[in-house]
Design a protein around this ligand. Structure first.
Ligand SMILES: [Zn+2]
Length: 287
């Protein structure tokens, strides 16, 4: 197929997918896309670092890679932080926002090598909000979201994977009496549809499966990494309506940036392999 025709076909498929996805999301989701409820809220990672996102700047239009069938999941790679938010940093000028962008770029190459469609939540030093980043995944009918971080602590040369913990069950209320209903409870005007803030809920099991697969690959490549992922309440993951994980590499405390750069290739290979292993699981699931 000539390149021009193929490009037109890919664009048409993406537009069709976007139209279907936007029809499928609830009014809450759509309004949240236009007016993020809390775009500058901080998120804590396992090491106690607080990450602040949320500049008013809009992200550059994401560039979806060509060549893969649109029916395959869209892999959304999220280099965290950016812009004035450098994330973790050290006195030698190593910044988390720079490192994770390099990681995402090589990871895209590795995933495209597996025949997958890939998009980055930022291509340069922008700082999209939490909701802008989530919207890229949520606009796709089928996506996989991977957020990339570098910590300030932890054994250098190790990497950990996180997914959101299981939902806390609300307290059971008596069937009769003054406390039968929570105060100010309003009926859901759109039963069957979930709000933007609960978007991750139906995907918790799939996210954990993906986290396990990625952690297995990382443990094989980075000695001292844990064998199993952790469940951590990471803000960015909560609003993703797709399997979603965060990877945290240690650490910006290394004296030489080469140590972190040297992790780039094995990290990309680990994620590409794990995502490929996850695809049949995802294809057979119906969250
Ligand atoms: Zn971070």
């Amino acid at each position: 197929m000539p390149n021009r025709v193929r490009l037109a076909a890919v664009l048409l498929c993406i537009l069709a997918e976007l139209a279907v996805s936007l029809d499928a999301v609830s009014p809450q989701l759509q309004s949240a896309q236009s007016s993020p409820s809390n775009p500058s809220a901080p998120a804590a990672t396992s090491d106690g670092q607080w990450h602040h996102f949320g500049s008013p700047d809009q992200p550059a239009a994401p560039q979806v890679s060509e060549g893969a069938p649109p029916s395959s999941p869209l892999i959304v790679l999220d280099p965290a932080h950016g812009g004035s938010d450098t994330g973790a940093h050290n006195p030698n000028g190593i910044t988390e926002s720079d490192i994770v962008l390099e990681y995402a770029r090589l990871m895209r190459v590795a995933l495209e090598g597996e025949g997958l469609r890939v998009v980055l939540t930022r291509e340069g030093n922008e700082d999209p909000s939490f909701d802008d980043r989530s919207a890229i995944a949520n606009a796709s009918r089928r996506a996989i979201f991977v957020s990339l971080h570098v910590s300030t602590t932890g054994a250098p040369g190790t990497a950990r994977v996180y997914s959101l913990p299981a939902v806390q069950q609300p307290p059971i209320l008596p069937l009769v009496g003054p406390n039968s209903f929570p105060p100010n409870a309003a009926p859901n005007p759109h039963p069957g549809l979930r709000s933007w803030d609960n978007a991750q809920e139906p995907f918790l099991d799939l996210s954990r499966r993906l986290a396990e697969l990625v952690q297995i690959q990382l443990a094989q490549r980075f000695r001292g990494s844990p064998d199993v992922p952790s469940a951590v309440a990471i803000r960015q993951l909560r609003t993703i309506a797709a399997p979603a994980i965060a990877i945290e590499v240690s650490s910006v405390a290394v004296p030489n940036r080469n140590q972190l750069d040297g992790m780039n290739s094995p990290l990309a290979q680990a994620v590409a392999r794990a995502v490929s292993d996850f695809l049949p699981i995802y294809a057979g699931a119906s969250p």
